[in-house]
Design a protein around this ligand. Structure first.
Ligand code: MN
Length: 720
């Protein structure tokens, strides 16, 4: 393409184009790249020129076209940012600079560096979406001209394109670019499958040579008869889309019925529905294929009606019905919002997408970026989560007030809750789907109305991280769990330290540790207290650090029972919620269940062991009061966590008695973890049964039912 041809193409959609800017960028780019050659032997400048041409198809502003012409100059020639700023202005300089920085990070194989690359790409896009448009056009032209490169390099580029750029184009609503990127990558990554599908397609083309025009004609006439002027355009599906469909449905090529798709483009929204009516009354519709993305647009603003009918010649015909405007957005996506508008001032600046018509693709981008700023999220996790979101199809669900929440396919009510608001996610305890109480792990379907039931708690169970599918929900759950663990350690540590001070007869206040936390290698009082809570630091060392003259004395404990009384009256006792990952809490061999009075014994470096207060084993800790910790249960009725308890059951020998005991326990929803048999003479047994139960009431119920069996002579709880 020649200089004047490029300018002509821009002038066709933008009569007020700044010709001098385009001409100067053209000449500067060509001069700078000079005699450089591409791998194919073509002059290097043909590349930026083609990239600019792709962007004229998207009808972009002058600045973007100029940036395309200059995008490789800083990286590949002696051009500098300063020079470009001076010649073309800071706005263009900034864009070229962003693209240069991104290029340095292309095709890096290490996962962490790839993650960093992706992160920078998103940040640059957030700053100015034109970076993405030039980047995608650049990648598209590189993919079109992969041929002469080394095999391994082509593979790497194609894989990166398939993994990041094609889905990103799709997520931004640029379907035409996405399709071409996918098709070119597929051809490189899986040439055998690509060729096989192509040859089948060409066989089919020979066989049904006139099928597409015939159907186009039949559809157009049928619609016209109803007074609807429609452009009908048929096309073959792309090899990659056929390939994924074959894989998804595990079917052979011959079994695929919808190789052809038809677009019906009408003039008004109302005509979309009239056209649909005309199609459905003429041909029979295939069930479950109808989708109305006009009343419920996809999250990238895609709008169309989809349906499939048994059309002329008993051929299955897939239809997309839409207006011209909807078609523009379907093909160009975010670029359609950046279309040059006649009469606009040719600033081409940041206001390229006015707030009022911001595409919802930006919403996705903004949300993704807000997660980037989470310092607790490691970059690899971020990329994994974000990539997953790029790939998933979407489901659309509704709040009880009718607001649409778009979620990736496979999402659960937990994801839904977090998508609405983090606080709603954190306080979610149940849900109604379409008015019915449903488990939180239910997979949401399109159109589901989801009503989240909330309670006062603010710590979601850590296990939800496995149930959630959206990155947002997972990150929030992980953060809430981490915060809860940290808070528990801190509270525990504070209590231990306070008690150590009072035992030593020393004054304590919140600022007592101000001067000493750094001596333990911690950067705040909170960190030091958490370390004591974890058992990493012994409390008496902390007292000694504040009062160097303090001599540790062995205080006498009165008895475990007095201690228990103290524990119950202590408002500051540590709540035990079951199995928080990261909390080094375990149970004494005899177990403890909610309803038991409990105390903890701390073992430095190992954590806390939970004992029921009646445990005889506690006597051995009477001389070490600093190791005692007050605990209380913090269990909700809805928690179905199980806790350990041990039973000793005496029975007379009777055939099948063990089976009956197991049945009684199972019928009352107890879990048997282990059974040991101790023979007691010729005709009786003692069984030691390790159980998992919800609480003391549950345990008592099971014990009662066991006692009711005639062959059972006694059932006791084992204490230590
Ligand atoms: Mn380039």
């Amino acid at each position: 393409m020649r200089q004047f041809e490029l300018v002509d193409r821009v002038k066709r959609y933008n009569p007020q184009t700044d010709e001098s800017l385009l001409n100067r960028a053209y000449v500067y780019g060509m001069m700078k790249h000079g005699a450089q050659k591409r791998a194919s032997g073509d002059p290097y400048f043909s590349h930026p020129l083609e990239v600019a041409a792709i962007l004229t198809d998207l009808r972009l502003d002058d600045a973007t076209i100029a940036v395309a012409l200059l995008h490789d100059t800083i990286e590949d020639t002696d051009a500098t940012r300063e020079e470009i700023d001076k010649l073309f202005g800071v706005e263009i300089g900034q864009l070229v600079d962003s693209l240069t920085k991104l290029r340095k990070l292309d095709f890096i194989s290490k996962k962490t560096e790839q993650a960093e690359n992706f992160r920078r790409l998103l940040l640059a896009i957030a700053d100015d979406v034109r970076v993405l448009l030039v980047k995608l056009a650049d990648r598209l032209h590189n993919m079109r001209t992969l041929g002469p490169m080394r095999e391994d390099k082509r593979h790497r580029i194609a894989e990166e394109t398939m993994e990041i750029y094609a889905p990103l184009a799709g997520r931004m609503g640029m379907q035409a670019v996405r399709e071409e990127l996918e098709e070119l990558s597929f051809k490189t990554i899986n040439p055998v499958a690509f060729e096989a599908i192509q040859s089948r397609l060409s066989d089919m083309r020979d066989k049904n040579r006139d099928l597409i025009p015939q159907i186009e004609k039949a559809l157009t006439e049928k619609l016209l008869a109803k007074g609807i002027h429609a452009q009908v355009k048929g096309r073959e599906k792309k090899a990659y889309s056929i390939f994924t469909k074959m894989q998804r449905k595990s079917v052979a090529f011959e079994q695929l019925s919808d190789i052809y798709g038809f677009r019906v483009i009408v003039r008004t929204l109302e005509e979309c529905y009239r056209a649909l009516g005309a199609v459905h009354t003429t041909w029979s519709m295939v069930p479950d294929r109808f989708k109305d993305y006009i009343s419920t647009p996809k999250s990238n603003d895609y709008r169309s009606i989809h349906t499939t009918v048994i059309g002329p010649g008993r051929q299955r015909v897939e239809l997309q019905i839409r207006t011209e405007d909807m078609h523009g957005i379907a093909e160009f996506g975010i670029a359609a919002h950046a279309l040059y508008k006649e009469g606009d001032k040719v600033t081409g600046g940041r206001n390229i997408v006015p707030k009022s018509q911001e595409s919802r693709s930006y919403g996705w981008l903004r949300e993704t970026l807000s997660r980037l700023n989470d310092p607790n999220l490691n970059p690899e996790e971020f990329v994994e989560n974000t990539k997953l979101e790029l790939f998933h199809d979407q489901v659309f669900c509704f709040t009880p007030k009718g607001k649409i929440i778009a979620l990736p396919r496979g999402a659960t009510p937990i994801d839904f809750a977090y998508a609405v608001h983090t606080n709603i996610g954190n306080s979610c305890v149940g849900c109604k789907i379409n008015g019915k109480l449903m488990p939180l792990m239910t997979e949401l379907k399109n159109g589901d109305e989801c009503d989240i039931i909330r309670a006062g708690t603010n710590t979601p169970p850590a296990a939800w991280e496995q149930i959630a599918t959206t990155g947002k929900a997972r990150a929030a759950i992980r953060r809430a769990t981490r915060d809860a663990v940290r808070k528990q350690f801190g509270a525990l540590g504070k209590q231990i330290v306070e008690r150590a001070f009072s035992r030593a007869g020393k004054a304590w206040s919140d600022t007592s540790l101000e001067g000493i936390y750094h001596r333990f290698g911690h950067s705040s009082i909170a960190d030091l207290l958490a370390a004591v809570g974890r058992g990493d630091i012994v409390s008496s060392q902390v007292v000694k650090a504040v009062y160097p003259d303090y001599k540790e004395e062995r205080a006498q404990r009165s008895s475990a029972l007095t201690r228990a009384h103290d524990a119950l009256s202590d408002q500051n006792s540590i709540p035990i919620r079951g199995n928080l990952p990261g909390m080094p809490i375990r149970f004494a061999p005899e177990g403890a269940v909610p309803g038991d009075r409990i105390v903890g014994i701390i073992t430095p470096g190992e954590g806390i062991t939970v004992y029921p207060i009646q445990s005889p084993a506690l006597e051995s800790f009477d001389n070490e009061p600093e190791r005692w910790v007050d605990l209380r249960w913090d269990i909700e009725e809805t928690d179905k966590a199980r806790f350990p308890a041990v039973l000793a059951l005496d029975s007379v020998n009777e055939p099948g008695s063990l089976a009956q005991i197991a049945t009684v326990i199972a019928e009352h929803e107890g879990n048997i973890e282990n059974i040991r048999m101790l023979p007691q003479g010729a005709d009786s047994h003692r069984m030691i049964i390790d159980l998992g139960v919800w609480d003391l009431k549950h345990l008592s119920r099971i014990m009662m039912q066991l006692r009711a069996k005639p062959f059972v002579s006694s059932v006791q709880r084992v204490n230590g």
